[in-house]
Design a protein around this ligand. Structure first.
Ligand code: 6PG
Length: 250
C-alpha cells in the first residue's frame, strides 16, 4: 500500500486541497479509463470541498458527464433530512453541477436496512460487474473521534475479505439510526482512498490510526490492497503526529 500525507494550513486550505485532489483523480481516471467513479462520505469534513467543486475552476474543469458518484454510507432518513448524506451533498454541490442524474447512485433509504443493503449491492454489481469487488477510482472517507470511518463503528472488523457482503446495514453513530455502509472489502479495493480530517478534536485519533497504535479500530483496517491511501489533514488534525518534518505542505 502506498501512503501519502498532505497537511494543509487550516480547514479552508484543506477544502481547496481536497477539491484539487478530487479533480486530479477525476482527470487521471478519465484519461486512462474514460470515466471517473467515486464514493463520497457525509459528515462535516468534506462539505467545504464539496462546495468548492461547484465553483470555478473546479466547476468547469471537472469531467462531470464522465463522473459517476456513489455513497460510502447513508443514514436511513429521507433525503431532505438535514442528516442525509445524499441530501447534504445535493445542497452543497450536486444541485449546481452539470452531472447527469443517471450518474448519481445514492443509497436507498426507503427499503429498510436488509433490502436496502441488497439493492445497493445489486446497483454496484450492475455498474462494476458482479464477479469481482467494485474498484472505485476514488473513495473519500472521514474519521470519527472514536476511530470509525464510513459507518463502520468500533466492534466491526473485516470479514473474510472478498466474500464479505459489499454493503452492510448497521445501527449506530450520531444520530443513532439505521445506516447502510460500504464494507471494508470495497473500501480496500479502491484505486485511491483519501481520508479527509480537520480540527484538533481529531488529532489524537489521527495519530493513533496513522501510527497504527493498538487497539485496532475501524479506520486501522483501511488499507487499500493495491491502491494508495492519502491522508488529507489540516495542521490542527496533524498536530500530534510524531514526524512532520518535510511533510507539511501548508
Ligand atoms: C457520516 C460519515 C462518517 C464521517 C465521520 C466524520 O456520514 O457521518 O460518512 O464516517 O465521515 O463520522 O464525521 P465529521 O466529518 O462530521 O467529523
Amino acid at each position: 500500500m502506498e501512503t501519502a500525507l498532505h497537511i494543509a494550513k487550516d480547514a479552508d486550505e484543506l477544502a481547496a486541497d481536497g477539491a484539487e485532489y478530487f479533480l486530479r483523480s477525476a482527470k487521471e481516471s478519465v484519461r486512462t479509463r474514460n470515466r471517473f467513479t467515486a464514493a463520497i462520505s457525509g459528515g462535516s469534513s468534506p462539505r467545504g470541498m464539496h462546495r468548492l467543486l461547484a465553483r470555478e475552476p473546479f466547476l468547469s474543469e471537472m469531467p462531470w458527464s464522465q463522473t459517476h458518484l456513489f455513497w460510502v454510507d447513508e443514514r436511513l432518513l429521507p433525503y431532505d433530512h438535514p442528516e442525509s448524506n445524499f441530501g447534504t451533498a445535493r445542497e452543497d454541490f450536486l444541485s449546481r453541477i452539470p452531472i447527469p442524474e443517471a450518474n448519481l447512485s445514492p443509497m436507498p433509504v426507503d427499503l429498510g436496512p436488509a433490502d436496502g443493503a441488497g439493492a445497493y449491492r445489486r446497483r454496484l454489481a450492475d455498474f462494476f460487474g458482479p464477479l469481482s469487488l467494485p474498484k472505485f477510482d476514488l473513495i473519500v472517507l472521514g474519521l470519527g473521534p472514536d476511530g470509525h470511518t464510513a459507518s463502520l463503528f468500533p466492534g466491526s472488523s473485516p470479514g473474510s475479505s472478498g466474500e464479505a457482503p459489499w454493503v452492510i446495514a448497521v445501527h449506530g453513530g450520531n444520530p443513532n439510526v439505521a445506516r447502510l455502509t460500504l464494507n471494508y472489502n470495497v473500501l480496500n479495493s479502491a484505486r485511491n482512498v483519501g481520508v479527509l480530517v480537520s480540527g484538533s478534536g481529531k488529532a489524537d485519533m489521527v495519530r493513533r490510526i496513522y501510527t497504527r497504535e493498538p487497539p485496532m479500530l475501524p479506520a486501522h483496517y483501511v488499507e487499500p490492497t493495491s491502491g494508495s491511501l492519502t491522508w488529507l489533514l489540516d495542521r490542527a488534525a496533524a498536530s500530534l503526529l510524531p514526524e512532520r518534518g518535510g511533510h507539511d505542505n501548508g
